[in-house]
Design a protein around this ligand. Structure first.
Ligand code: SAM
Ligand code: SF4
Ligand code: SF4
Length: 359
């Protein structure tokens, strides 16, 4: 099964006909009264890791049909779309992928996006190229960075990334990001029961008191190739109990409405952790995130089966006003709430791959 999953074409993949007459400025709400506030932009569908829960090697092998350069949105196209999203209420942009630091000269894109006033600009990375790139990214105007790291012991980490990548180099990347001033750094750990759950306490101990915020993510049924099973999900409530028994925790309130991670702090002042419980405590009711794929499709849910082709609008000479109206029409028609309706059956649907849509 080596063919890329082509999103199913359904009526939602078409830009609604009302787009050309809809408003092109101002904040947006969807059918469930959720505003559009965040945009995640995938800048490449390629990655130098093959994390078992995201890009299993058996599927993403040598002959996998990754996108060709001409399919990718150019930096100019991304910048243009980003400005239109900001005009429609977006205040935070996260660059992602695939591995965003593999996109050549990504710091130039950062530099362009950093000129948009009032925008929070961050990036999620596997950290492997941060030792080389952290400084240039900071210079370009990146504010913060999130680094994914699934274990501290080398055998487990290598098993998770499945390309034999050493953990020491990611830790070096985190140190480089800190030295460059990309703090506070968030560390994302996906927990897969039976594979890396033994790494939870060592990770908590390591990052406690570091100033970095460790966030534990429940293993999700993203895409259609990671072989997700519910019994491999460790519920966040169990994880919090596990840490609390060793290093007492107390709940703290969200930084802002709709924050994805539930926050906990160490009672002794050792800092905070977060838990992202997409499976056991769905947060769809406050989901304000849109996603732009590497080739310019707009997705309104991480588990979507189809996207809306903005690149076609860009490349057929449509005006800013038309494109902003199209974005508005898509968001206003949005009704996604996948995590609220997830079952073993929905997990088997042909969903878009996370490495393509951006995490
Ligand atoms: N390559 C970058 C990285 O790993 O940080 C950015 C892209 S990655 C798709 C974004 C985030 O999605 C990472 O933190 C990763 O751990 C998370 N992720 C990928 N697959 C996941 C899954 N099946 N369940 C939960 N989180 C997942
Ligand atoms: Fe690559 Fe990130 Fe997916 Fe791992 S989680 S395979 S690093 S895109
Ligand atoms: Fe948002 Fe979709 Fe995730 Fe629900 S399942 S929180 S709508 S991305």
């Amino acid at each position: 099964m080596n063919a890329r999953v082509i999103p199913l074409i359904d009526k939602r993949s078409l830009i609604p006909p009302s787009a050309s007459t809809a408003q092109s400025r101002g904040p947006l709400g969807d059918t469930r009264d959720r505003r559009l506030a965040d945009l995640r932009i995938s800048v490449t569908d390629r990655c130098n890791f093959r994390c078992v829960y995201c890009m299993p090697k058996t599927v993403f092998g040598r002959d996998y049909p990754f996108l060709q350069h001409g399919d990718l949105l150019s930096f100019e196209e991304i910048f243009r779309i980003a400005r239109l999203f900001v005009a429609r209420g977006v205040t935070k942009i996260r660059l992602t992928g695939g591995e965003p630091l593999l996109r050549r000269n990504v710091e130039r894109l950062v530099e362009m996006l950093a000129t948009i006033p009032g925008l929070e600009l961050t990036l999620t990375t596997n950290g492997s190229l941060l030792p080389k790139k952290a400084h240039a990214l900071r210079e370009a105007g990146l504010q913060r960075v999130t680094v994914s790291l699934d274990a501290l012991d080398d055998p487990t980490f290598r098993r998770m990334n499945d390309v034999d990548f050493p953990v020491a180099q990611v830790l070096e990347g985190i140190a480089a990001a800190e030295a460059a001033g990309l703090a506070p750094i968030k560390i994302n750990m996906v927990v897969k029961r039976g594979t890396n759950d033994h790494a939870i306490l060592p990770m908590a101990r390591h990052f406690r008191g570091s100033g970095h915020i460790l966030r534990f993510i429940e293993y999700m049924d993203v895409g259609s190739h990671n072989g997700w099973k519910l019994d491999e999900v460790l519920p966040s409530a169990d994880l919090v109990r596990l840490i609390d028994a060793q290093m007492p925790l107390e709940a703290i309130s969200a930084n802002y409405p709709g924050e994805v991670a539930a926050r906990w702090r160490y009672k002794d002042g050792g800092g905070e952790i977060g838990v992202i419980s997409s499976v056991t405590q769905a947060f769809c009711s406050s989901c304000t995130r849109a996603r732009l794929s590497t080739e310019g499709k707009l997705y309104t849910c991480l588990f979507a089966q189809g996207g809306h082709d903005l690149r076609a609008l860009l490349r057929t000479g449509r005006s800013d006003q038309d494109i902003a109206a199209a974005i508005g029409a898509v968001w206003e028609a949005r009704s996604d709430r996948y995590s609220e309706i997830r079952t073993a059956e929905t997990a088997g649907l042909r969903k878009i791959e996370m490495s393509y849509i951006g995490g």
